[in-house]
Design a protein around this ligand. Sequence first.
Ligand code: HEM
Length: 205
Amino acid sequence: MGKPGFIQHIRPRQLKSGTLQLRNTFCLGGFSFLAFILLTISGVLLLFFYSPGEAAFSSLSEIDSALPYGGLIRSLHFWAGQLMVVSVFLHMVRVVWSKAYKPLRELNWVTGVMLFVLTVVLDYSGYLLRGGQESGAAASVGQTLVKTLPGGHFFSTIFFGQPSSLNGSTLNVFVWHVFILAGIAGFLQIFHFWRIRKDGGVRPL
Ligand code: HEM
């Protein structure tokens, strides 16, 4: 029996030979997770000084100019977001390429599709939180799009609140971005990792 403890618990006892080779995964799932960790840390730091709504744009300008390393933390949050979108997409392409969506991994494929959608919506809602004209325009486009769906008015109201066309940041978007979407994404990633172990590890090429 191995040593008890968390590290021992998360380390697999056995691995199929070759599954750790870089060409099986290109570590793209790993990069996506790394981006998520960076986003969580920098996002929590931004939370201390960011104000949603009317004051969004000015609170971010203040983070940039007055807060020590504020601009760096903001850039880190932005670029980690872009890295995550790209790496999650490439990870998905890799999974298709190695046919790892097939049984018995279909549940993890579905979990992955949910993670992909969450990643894109997180990136979009983060853009709205910047405040300012571009985010106001992006909110208008999103609202129009959501309203074409059945029950769209309801969903648009709970997701967007009442953004002005000059500022996409609202308390609603903030709550979705910071708590609901990020929380669900965190939970689904833990489930995703648990399923990889349950499904016998990465599918070798
Ligand atoms: C937050 C986003 C995601 C994270 C952090 C993540 C993380 C990971 C990690 C670390 C692995 C182990 C192998 C590797 O690194 O490639 C993996 C495997 C896997 N992922 Fe993801 N993933 C994400 C999104 C997705 C998406 C969008 C899909 C597909 C729609 C997906 C489907 C799968 C499947 C099917 C496996 C098993 C692969 C195999 O057995 O070869 N994942 N994921």
